[in-house]
Design a protein. Structure first.
Length: 115
């Protein structure tokens, strides 16, 4: 089973943090001396089981983890397209009314009609 990566890619890359969920535990990899605000935010939001300190290959691991995984833009677009039926959505939209011909005109519409 491949690891899931709960952190948004932009956050993970900017702060050089990699959070991996293998289904059993959450492992946070961070460089030695990582920014405290970023670490504290991750620890506040996620129940991290293991924290590893790594610096040498962490940026490469982040890029590889997000490159072809579940968060891939193509995957997200494919899921959205498969769930959306545009023709059905168009049929369900209410008819557009002409504001200048509406019976209960707002004051601004009445003013425009007088011009």
């Amino acid at each position: 089973m491949s690891a899931r990566h709960p952190l948004p890619y932009a956050f993970a890359k900017a702060h050089t943090l990699l959070l991996e969920d293998d289904g059993e535990q959450l492992v946070l990899s961070a460089p030695e001396g990582a920014a405290y605000p970023a670490l504290s935010e991750v620890l506040r939001l996620y129940d991290v089981d293991v924290m590893e300190h790594e610096a040498a290959t962490l940026a490469q691991r982040i890029a590889a983890a997000y490159a072809g995984g579940e968060s891939s833009a193509a995957t997200v677009i494919g899921e959205v397209e498969s769930k959306v039926d545009l023709s059905r959505m168009m049929q369900e939209l209410p008819a557009v009314e002409d504001l200048l011909e509406a019976g209960s005109d707002a004051p601004i519409i009445r003013m425009l009609n007088r011009c």
